[in-house]
Ligand binder design. Sequence first.
Ligand code: NAD
Length: 458
Amino acid sequence: MTSTKQPASRRGSERRPERRGSGYSTSSFQSRRQSIDPSRLIPMDKTTHVGGTDDFNVVFIGAGNIMFGSDEGPWNHSFRFEHKLGLRLKVVALIDPAIERATAVLQKKCDSFVVSAYQATRVFKTLDDFVKNMSPKDRPRAIVVGSPPMFRGTLQSGRDIEMQILKHFPGVAIFLEKPIATGPKTELYEAFHIAKAISDSKAICSVGYMLRYLKAVQKMKQIIEENELVVMATIARYACAYESIAKPDWWDKSKSAGPVIEQGTHFCDLSRYFGGEVDIASVTAHSLDWDENAGHLSRMRVDESKIAPENRIPRVTAASWKYDSGAVGSFTHTATLQGHNYSCELEIHADGYSLKLINPYVQPILYVRKPGDDHEQMYTFPDDDPFFSEVSNWIDVIEDIEEDPEAAQILSSYEDACRTYELTWAIREASERSRASRLAARETTVFEEEEAEAEAEA
Ligand SMILES: NC(=O)c1ccc[n+]([C@@H]2O[C@H](COP(=O)([O-])OP(=O)(O)OC[C@H]3O[C@@H](n4cnc5c(N)ncnc54)[C@H](O)[C@@H]3O)[C@@H](O)[C@H]2O)c1
């Protein structure tokens, strides 16, 4: 990331895309370190950019918040690409069916000092339209997908952007936002099919689980690796500020797949990053739902009466599971906080150690307790920008700029992200099973009481 070395392609050596990224089979991917020395995670303003003048063509799919920013959070991929690639960045196409929105964000860019990246950008409703109108000089080197997950992660027409990319641009690098999909659970196998197709294609693919790139998270990995620790438990808690969530779709399980799949996914993913593979059959969960006494929310900004009762989201979901290693994982998602900031924490426990990550979204703090000291040591990570680090690492892998193969790393492959998706679905299903059996038991009790009353009256 900080290298001033020339990309291998510009050094004249042969490109070896199979060297890194999602070209690995699952087993070889997992056997790699899958971590980055935290000292290599440099914020945007302190990094040295790769030199060179050749254009780096990028296609953006989706002109929404993740791509161009919003006041909801620090995400804004275009901003990080501009900083990473500087004058080399050429956004050859912006694909979004909402043409007006796409045109408006482009106009803003063209009115600013980053105009060189966007002055030739063309807007298309679909990838097909772009392919039909593409001149050879517009061929992308990388494609960034930030469309809503309901339009991705399957093999079905209109929801198969990954397969379309592989068909039209074989071998071109792909970055996809999390979660990889939000369709029905029955479609999960389609996502794994896509994972295999991506892996077989050797495309360098990264999925946007950016919390893996936090310095604090990499510090935790470092402590685990250096001390050869075996993780015994992961305890994750994700409390969102529901008052600030005004998108009606988010509150509707038929649209977003629910808060664990759409949002808690980040912490389920981090849990897996530390705990390893989950025994999916072991997942149990309970939920607190909208129609229960404790489930009332006083400051919702959407009109929930417009959402079908069966699609309303739980206020609390609490899950636990076993990892293949024998370790135990637990995760609680709550939609209980008001205001703006979320409150999220992840604890990792191992023999003699606890690593506690607090507030990863806003200002990460890591508390570490080690053998020989009952007090926790506190670490802070000012100026950290995991959104930049994930983009920076992906581009460095594409450009193959480092001679040290461990230097730039993709920490989330498509297949790995499928497994996180599978875990979040397992949590949702387990909580729904638990709710269904509670409701059935309640109905039986009411029925029995009514029968008893009728008998008494007879
Ligand atoms: N990593 C993070 O912290 C983070 C933060 C925000 C969003 N995200 C993810 O980014 C993705 C997009 O979220 P967002 O907040 O930008 O949503 P958004 O609603 O703001 O924007 C989505 C855009 O995609 C467009 N779109 C719809 N269908 C499309 C299609 N078939 N092809 C291309 N574009 C299409 C919409 O018109 C819209 O402009 C989601 O998966 C979300 O979870 C991740």
